[in-house]
Design a binder for this molecule. Structure first.
Ligand SMILES: NC(=O)c1ccc[n+]([C@@H]2O[C@H](COP(=O)([O-])OP(=O)(O)OC[C@H]3O[C@@H](n4cnc5c(N)ncnc54)[C@H](OP(=O)(O)O)[C@@H]3O)[C@@H](O)[C@H]2O)c1
Length: 339
């Protein structure tokens, strides 16, 4: 049974009926091994060594679905948590389980009833548990067109993390002229959140280790080092006060500082500190993905207000190394698989 507090989060991650996770299991892994499409799967929870790349016939899209030849697919901490079994109580794996939720690629087959896209279209999208593969099956309404100017790696890391950042800032009602605190501002979600909040006209105070301070300045944030004394450093950096705070790390420190600095607790949220949120009176935020939201992120990219920063790219065969890097907790921007 899903614990009530995780319901919204689960729906954000798994898109309600999470059909793509089922597709991953039935369409892909029951192939005869003689096919030409590779996918990352794991057969049980564990460290990154449980990941393997299997070959099978390319999956066939059902009604309302599209098959996309993946050119790039971001990795999220969720992929790591799913593999480790950390999400088993609200998002259990279905072995053999596929991985990855965000991708960009070229439409190469249409399922019955799909009229919005044509074979050859370049798209950005999401499909839970199905993106780390040569071919991803996605619902047509979880795809938007990729402008040719948007590089593949950046487009491939927009469909999930970018939507989390956007959903969170919207839920916190961040507006122009306000000051927002973002914990873990240099990470995948944080990097997008800083730029979106700046695009909306807010001043951003972002926490990161010293080595990421120049990076945060480039993104348009005022950097502050996390660790002992954080609350005083944030106060010094934002003498007018903090209107809203987004936590993307989930530490006690981050939640405590948000709770102390944000007067209206509805405007302090976390995407990572679910176990501590109640104690500090901070909102648990989920991700509400939509084609409309993704299209607005693509527009921000085109207008130059949002850039997806790529920490590193890995070939599909090196997915375990890529997971380990995400697991280090110190990625700057995004890690992307390039099948
Ligand atoms: N609820 C949802 O819908 C949802 C959606 C997406 C993600 N999430 C969760 O949100 C969290 C962030 O995701 P992400 O993709 O942004 O992760 P990420 O890219 O792996 O975050 C890495 C960043 O965290 C920073 N960091 C590490 N320790 C820190 C600390 N003590 N204080 C402040 N920053 C610290 C690092 O900065 P330094 O290297 O400078 O230390 C690094 O840049 C994850 O737990 C993820 O599972 C939730």
């Amino acid at each position: 049974m899903v614990m009530p507090r995780y319901e919204r989060l689960r729906d954000g991650y798994l898109g309600g009926d999470h059909p793509t996770m089922n597709d991953t299991r039935t369409d892909r892994v029951e192939g005869n091994g003689a096919g030409t499409s590779r996918a990352v799967v794991f057969d049980g929870y564990g460290d990154a060594s449980v990941l393997r790349v299997v070959e099978m016939p390319p999956p066939q899209p059902g009604a309302g679905r599209v098959r996309v030849r993946v050119h790039a697919a971001g990795i999220q901490p969720f992929d790591v948590k799913l593999r480790r079994g950390d999400t088993a109580d609200w998002a259990p794996a279905r072995f053999p389980q596929g991985g990855g939720s965000e991708f960009a690629g070229v439409v190469d087959q249409l399922g019955p009833g799909v009229t919005e896209f044509a074979v050859g279209d370049e798209v950005v999208g999401w499909a839970v548990g199905a993106a780390h593969a040569d071919h991803a099956l996605a619902r047509a309404d979880s795809l938007v067109r990729k402008p040719s100017a948007l590089p593949w790696a950046e487009a491939g890391a927009l469909g999930a993390s970018g939507q989390t950042a956007h959903t969170s800032l919207q839920a916190l009602e961040v507006r122009g002229g306000e000051t927002v605190l973002i914990h873990a501002a240099a990470g995948g979600v944080g990097t997008a959140a800083v730029q979106i909040a700046r695009a909306w006209g807010a001043t951003v105070i972002g926490t990161a280790s010293e080595r990421n301070h120049r990076y945060l300045r480039e993104l348009g944030a005022v950097p502050v080092a996390y660790g002992s004394g954080l609350v005083d450093r944030v106060r010094a950096a934002a003498p007018g006060g903090i209107d809203a705070a987004l936590d993307a790390v989930g530490t006690e420190e981050a939640l405590q500082v948000s709770a102390e600095l944000v007067t209206d607790r509805d405007r302090a949220g976390t995407i990572a500190g679910h176990g501590l949120a109640e104690e500090y009176g901070v909102r648990v935020l989920g991700t509400e993905r939509s084609a409309e939201r993704l299209a607005s992120l693509v527009e921000l990219c085109v207008s130059g207000q949002l850039r997806v920063r790529i920490h590193a790219t890995y070939p599909l065969a090196e997915v375990a190394a890529a997971h380990r890097e995400v697991e280090s907790g110190h990625v700057r921007g995004k890690i992307v698989l390039v099948p």
